[in-house]
Design a binder for this molecule. Sequence first.
Ligand code: ATP
Length: 234
Amino acid sequence: MLTLNDVQAGYGRTTILHGINVEVQKGEVVTIVGANGAGKTTTLRSIAGLVRPTSGSITFEGEPIGKLSPHEVVARGITLIPEGRQLFPFMSVRDNLRMGAYTPQARARMSATMDEVMDLFPRVREKLEQHAGSLSGGEQQMVAIARGLMARPKLLMFDEPSLGLAPIIVAQVFDVVEKIVATGVTVLIVEQNVFRTLNIADRGYVLENGEIVMTDSGQALLRDDHVRRAYLGI
Ligand code: ATP
């Protein structure tokens, strides 16, 4: 479904990704594991059209997307739920959700999508008229995920969805990710909670200093000595 072939990318003259190869098949949950600064966010931003690769190719459903603008990437069916949620705090939850449905295809089906998405997030439904900024951190994360779904993505990318949340809320975030997967959406996830993430992931990539150093099934990576020492603290 998604293929990154020898992708190099960075900021200004600094190269962060040194030619990475990543593949995501339809229906999979794939994770990228790595230390802070390894380039995980840069990888997601490259796919989303927010960072322009300097070489290599990114294809989605057989078509090159590496030169598309962010909104064109969303229109192809890829949505990024960014780190730190990035909601509009002084807008209502409902209006934040509407902002997610900004492609013509998504806008045309907005009210049906809103109903479907709210079935996944009953707590969000109760707060539709409140300012997003008045919600708790966990509720805001749910709104950010719901907003991502409003674009009706085929591939949903999560950047650190559990960052800064209490353990019980983290569990709820992972439950929601699993429910989304069950609806047929493909998931690419970057997450500091490596143990939980590898447990739900079909496959994972280990990214170190902008290079993929290992890839295997989630379960195999959980058993791997290097992964256990470096990312699971075992
Ligand atoms: P983290 O978990 O800390 O977000 P990460 O693996 O997602 O780590 P990236 O956010 O991709 O890492 O960052 C990789 C490197 O790129 C870091 O050294 C970071 O300082 C640098 N970087 C990130 N964004 C920018 C930017 N806008 N301009 C310049 N350098 C940046």
